[in-house]
Design a protein around this ligand. Structure first.
Ligand SMILES: [Zn+2]
Length: 372
């Protein structure tokens, strides 16, 4: 009887585990951004994976990323079962973790069903393209080659560096750009790379901008959450974009301290951007009459952008909420200047993301040069 119970315990452990492993197929999450919770074989060739948030309550954005190792070409069905939310990110596959293609799926309530034709070898499947610390390091090296200076602003909860890049000007004026407060928001991260690349071009416009303004970039505000494949929070279980006034987390403290140091050294924060993703492209702005300097900066920027990219839509949502702890509000209330939350749709065409971000950077540079 004892042995039977032990055997039963062993079998149930094997049936629902944190990975699936058999002769023909194993499913892993031991890589940066890798994420699912449990995996079980629900029928021959059918695998059920659960997706759970890091903690509750949470604004649900069920992230998943898995690596499938197959000993032969085979057809399988995956079910991704979301706990606490509905599927948000549409499945994509890659054989090299760099180039991704969408795959067919069906959504049925909290479950997503995916039929997969597995090649022999490795296939990655994830909710968006994977953009991890290694990708940031590569991009950072390109920016360093263009003369940007790397700095460490502080440490994350798990002791990872909060890295910044600075383009120095002969002035006291600063532009601030941050990204990846929310780990799965890859389209916003893509927009940030294109936007920054345009600002760092060798064009006359970009060189004039960099002569006039210091630029501080913090591309990955939440390195622990990104590594863990978190849905939204840092590993302290906090939504960083609700923490900018209380600054209970080391990630927000690190950036705040650096901005305070800029002020202490006589610098002025003139404008800030924060890159995110949501279900559609939208710019969350501070209201024109909020009392920021100069009041019409963002109105002018986005009107010029709309003209430059028409008929592509530019959606603008002004608003403010003193109590929420959002970065743009923190910038407005602490430094008296405009900040914008630059949101990109989860499913926005990737070439459109690049085109709009490049145009947005050009039009912003055009407007900023008129600042007194
Ligand atoms: Zn976000």
């Amino acid at each position: 009887m004892k042995y039977a119970l032990l055997l039963l315990a062993l079998v149930s452990n094997l049936a629902i585990a944190d990975q699936c492993q058999s002769d023909k197929l194993s499913i892993h999450k031991n890589f940066a951004m890798g994420r699912f919770n449990t995996c079980e074989v629900s029928a021959a060739g059918h695998y059920r994976l659960t997706l759970k948030p890091e903690n509750l309550p949470i604004n649900p954005s069920p992230w998943y990323a898995l690596r499938l190792e197959s000993s032969q070409a085979q057809q399988i069905e995956l079910e991704l079962l979301v706990e606490h939310g509905k599927p948000r990110y549409l499945p994509k596959v890659s054989v090299d973790k760099q180039h991704w293609q969408p795959v067919d799926y069906q959504i049925d309530g909290s479950s997503m069903h995916i039929q997969l034709a597995l090649p022999k070898g490795t296939l990655w499947l994830a909710g968006q393209e994977i953009m991890d610390d290694e990708d940031y390091q590569q991009w950072q090296q390109q920016l360093e080659a263009k003369g940007l200076e790397s700095i460490v602003l502080g440490q994350s909860v798990q002791g990872k560096p909060i890295e910044g890049l600075i383009s120095r000007a002969d002035s006291q004026d600063w532009l601030i750009m941050i990204g990846r407060q929310h780990p799965p928001e890859i389209t916003g991260a893509m927009a940030m790379t294109h936007f920054v690349d345009e600002v760092m071009e060798e064009s006359a416009q970009a060189m004039a901008l960099r002569k006039r303004f210091n630029v501080l970039l913090v591309p990955n505000m939440n390195p622990d959450g990104v590594h863990a494949g978190n849905w939204r929070h840092n590993v302290g279980g906090v939504d960083l974009n609700r923490d900018w006034f209380s600054r209970a987390q080391p990630e927000t403290q690190a950036v705040h301290s650096y901005l305070q140091k800029i002020l202490a050294d006589g610098g002025k924060i003139r404008f800030a951007l924060d890159f995110h993703s949501t279900h559609r492209d939208v710019f969350y702005t501070m209201p024109t009459d909020y009392g920021l300097t100069p009041p019409e900066l963002v109105d002018n920027w986005l009107a010029q952008l709309a003209e430059a990219i028409k008929p592509y839509p530019v959606n603008i949502k002004p608003g403010h909420n003193k109590d929420r702890g959002v970065f743009k509000q923190y910038i407005a209330d602490t430094y008296g200047v405009h900040a914008v939350t630059y949101e990109v749709g989860d499913n926005t065409d990737r070439q459109d993301i690049a085109n709009v971000a490049r145009a947005a950077a050009q039009q912003l540079m055009d407007v900023l040069k008129t600042l007194p």
